[in-house]
Design a protein around this ligand. Structure first.
Ligand code: HEC
Ligand SMILES: [Cu+2]
Length: 319
């Protein structure tokens, strides 16, 4: 994907690009006329022996042209910008979904709408950091604020930028025409980690969005579950961490495979599929009986059953 304004991927970005290209084209024409006239006159009327410059004053036609034409141009640019700005600033009509966005040093936090679709078991609403998932082809309103200093939200392929200001709510809308991944970045210098304040917007086909939301809510419920926390703890402090790495945690063992994305793998150790609760439990209880001769010992009878269950529940969150 190219960078804006060469590659707009939604109606707002298209609007901005449209105004940009018209102004750019007019500027190029004006530049060509001015530089052309200057060059032509410089050559044609240059100083030559025996020539005396002709003196004249005032030309109504010329003066009228260079007053009226630029005036008309500026008026048209104003009208065009006015028209497009009304469209760009209209954050309220035909909104499919409103997401609250908070900028903080140094990440973005997204809170999905307070609706049954995004409700978690503990009564709170689904939240996400860095990545926002939206349905394609629909207008999404963003209500921006900031926790600490001023940040600025900008995803160039989808729309304009807007400041996120502590104590205020500003709003912006975005829309992606097609499913895809759109990258953005905080655009107001906000301290050491400014360059890491990335934004990823993933647009899903509208028909698949409900499935995505269900999955995300399920995943968040799993993560919130005390059992998952217990499982994570058992994994990190027990024998597993000595052989396995899970990025983002203290587990850094190198004997077995990296389990950072185990829940997204097609199978367990190439022999058991799919990766689900039942198969993972089987594997952790007694891996050698499934794949004879492997280094991973059996944990049946070594770790209590509820601990194995909890560990498996945590593994299922590692997507
Ligand atoms: C002595 C080292 C060792 C210990 C301890 C160990 N594992 Fe393993 N584990 C392995 C090895 C080696 C493999 C790879 C087996 C193969 O693919 O042949 C493996 C594979 C796995 C896999 C499948 C990985 C994949 O990519 O398909 C899972 C899941 C797993 N272990 C979970 C655990 C859990 C949970 C614990 C703690 C209860 C644990 N392991 C403890 C060595 C270990
Ligand atoms: Cu910032």
């Amino acid at each position: 994907m190219g960078s804006w304004p060469l590659d707009p991927r939604g109606p707002q970005a298209e609007s901005i690009a449209f105004v940009y290209w018209i102004l750019f084209a007019c500027a190029v024409v004006v530049l060509a006329i001015v530089v052309g006239a200057l060059t032509y006159s410089g050559i044609k009327f240059r100083d030559r022996p025996g020539r005396v410059a002709q003196q004249f004053h005032g030309s109504n036609t010329l003066e009228l042209v260079w007053t009226v034409v630029p005036t008309l141009m500026v008026i048209s640019f104003t009208a065009l910008s006015w028209n497009r700005l009304n469209f760009i600033n209209d954050v309220n009509s035909n909104v499919a979904m409103t997401v609250k966005v908070e900028g903080r040093q140094w990440s973005w936090n997204f809170t999905y709408p307070d609706s049954p679709t995004f409700k978690l078991q503990d009564g709170t609403t689904l939240q996400a950091g860095e990545q926002l998932d939206i349905p394609a082809g629909q207008k999404i309103k963003l209500e921006l604020t900031a926790k600490d200093v001023i940040h600025s939200f900008w995803v160039p392929n989808l729309g304009g930028k807007k400041d996120a200001v502590p104590g205020h709510v500003t709003s912006l809308w975005i829309q992606a025409d097609q499913p895809g991944t759109y990258k953005g970045q905080c655009f107001e210098y906000c301290g050491d980690g400014h360059a890491d304040m990335l934004i990823t917007i993933v647009a899903h086909a509208p028909a698949e969005y409900a499935t995505w939301a269900k999955d995300a809510v399920h995943q968040a419920d799993l993560l919130n579950d005390p059992k998952t926390a217990a499982g994570r703890n058992a994994f990190l402090t027990g024998p597993c961490a000595g052989c396995h790495t899970v990025k983002g945690t203290t587990a850094a063992g190198k004997v077995g495979p990296d389990l950072t994305h185990i829940a997204s793998k097609p199978n367990i150790a190439g022999v058991l599929s799919p990766v689900n609760q039942e198969n993972l439990t089987k594997w952790v209880r007694n891996a050698p009986s499934i794949k004879p001769g492997i280094v991973m010992p059996k944990f049946e009878g070594v770790l209590p059953d509820d601990q194995i269950d909890a560990i498996v529940q945590w593994l299922l969150t590692l997507k």
